[in-house]
Ligand binder design. Structure first.
Ligand code: ACO
Length: 433
């Protein structure tokens, strides 16, 4: 399955004449007009702030149909993977393109398990942060610092080193995130336990104490594993594009993933689940909802309903459906009945889905709408939400990074601009200004 070049061409009228460009077809989704020769042919650039009409690469990993609310990892629907697969198998699928055989699965799981410990000296990095540091600030720093510890997997031209770097990142991310959590609590770090699976091990590193053993609930571990699957990849979103752009210069994978973490932190991207929960807490009770809906619709008020809307989904986010069900499972397991936040969330969703403003603008709940309530019920503070997202998305970042390095058509990313600043002018001495 490669891109096919249509004989059909797109004709573009420019100020310098009419030019023809090839149209490329993918397996699914809109075809693209290959304008890579546009500047050479016409001396003009395209203008597309936010890249809303631009395909930056060819990819075989993830497909989204935002109109229909479809998300496929390597062709498999997200709900099937969330229900029937697990995070490790999904990671293998995203990285390698196919579901693993039993042997391949065992080898991959063993390799990830064997890489979960971090260099002992990496612990010292944590003590350089203030105890109230945001876990994402710690993650940016510590993940970037990995390149100083694992020199033997920074040669991006060596496929073996790339594989090792990818496995190290996926394996160490839970340990790094759990250490950030423990540090914020003033509790000792908990070492990984190879007896536990990927997600149970993460929960144990977060909630065990030397003085008090922690028994990981299989239901909660399964629920979190599902959440990780839902967040594992999402094609060319802002943080993934950041990873691709950062590594297009030849930067090492640890540095490139640290750049992705920095981008993910923003409230319009990965930080939205934290913002969505804060908003639900601010609303507090269902009777306050109309007031917040009114604010969200007011053009002069910067307030937006967090957890609503998506650049690509103009239908119900398929991940939000799984997330809503997972949320109910977690609250049931923890015996949380009549959770006021869930009540506000359900009511808000009902009102917004029937409100003309949200209907016309096709603003549906996104994955972040329910993930905050679920993670809070599990015992995570809001500041950890984006760190958990980063942990899961590392798989997608690594898969996309590998795909980019292996793609011979990829070059250093270098967008152009429409310059609207001063034309050339002459410098005046300070005394003459
Ligand atoms: N509440 C109220 N109005 C909204 C919302 C919202 N959550 N989202 C979009 N709108 C309105 C905009 O004001 C705009 O109105 P206009 O056409 O009258 O100017 C219109 O809907 C289109 O919105 P854009 O901002 O142009 O859409 P864009 O694709 O750029 O933004 C985004 C998508 C950033 C996700 C936006 O919907 C938003 O800010 N949502 C809240 C934050 C959030 O939940 N982010 C999580 C994204 S999912 C993820 O990262 C995993």
């Amino acid at each position: 399955m490669n891109k096919t070049e249509k004989v059909q061409v797109a004709k573009v009228d420019t100020t310098s004449g009419e030019y023809e460009f090839h149209v490329l077809d993918g397996t699914l989704g809109p075809s693209v007009i290959d304008i890579s020769s546009l500047y050479g042919d016409t001396g003009q650039f395209t203008y597309d702030p936010g890249f809303t009409s631009t395909a930056s690469c060819e990819s075989k990993i993830t497909y989204i149909d935002g109109e229909k609310g479809i998300l496929l990892y390597r062709g498999y629907p997200i709900d099937q993977l969330a229900e029937q697969s697990n995070f490790i198998e999904t990671a293998y699928l995203l990285l390698n393109g196919e579901l693993p055989s039993l042997n391949d699965y065992e080898e991959f799981e063993r390799a990830i398990t064997n890489h979960t410990m971090v260099h002992e000296q990496l612990r010292n990095f944590y003590y350089g942060f203030r105890s109230d540091a945001h876990p994402m600030a710690i993650m940016c720093g510590v993940v970037g610092a990995l390149s100083a510890f694992y020199h033997d997997s920074t040669d991006i031209n060596d496929p073996y080193q790339r594989m090792v770097a990818g496995r190290r990142l996926i394996a160490k991310m839970p340990t790094i995130a759990a250490m950030a959590f423990k540090f914020s609590l003033g509790q000792p770090f908990v070492y990984p336990d190879n007896e536990l699976d990927y997600t149970a091990n993460f929960l144990n590193m977060c909630f065990a104490l030397p003085a008090l053993k922690h028994k990981v609930s299989p239901t909660l571990a399964r629920a979190l594993d599902k959440i990780f699957i839902l967040h594992a990849d999402h094609e060319q979103n802002a943080s993934t594009s950041t990873v691709r752009l950062a590594s297009s210069s030849g930067a090492n994978p640890f540095a490139a993933i640290a750049a992705g973490i920095a981008c993910l932190w923003g409230p319009a991207h990965g930080g939205a689940n934290e913002a969505a929960l804060n908003m639900l807490m601010e609303i507090g009770t269902a009777d306050k909802i109309p007031e917040f809906i009114k604010r969200a619709k007011d053009k002069n008020d910067p307030f937006r309903l967090m957890g609503f809307g998506h650049r690509v989904y103009k239908n119900y986010d398929p991940r939000a459906k799984v997330m809503q069900q997972t949320c109910h499972e977690v609250l049931a397991e923890l015996g949380i009945k009549d959770d006021p936040l869930l009540e506000v969330a359900l009511e808000l969703e009902k009102i917004a889905l029937n409100d003309d403003y949200f209907v016309e603008k096709q603003l549906y709940p996104n994955i972040d709408f329910y993930s905050g309530i679920t993670l809070k019920a599990m015992g995570f503070p809001t500041t950890m939400f984006t760190a958990l997202f980063a942990l899961a998305r590392t798989v997608g970042w690594v898969a996309q990074w590998n795909e980019m390095i292996e793609d011979p058509s990829q070059r250093i990313g270098r967008p152009r601009q429409l310059y609207t600043g001063y034309a050339e002018r002459t410098y005046k001495k300070r005394s003459e200004r």
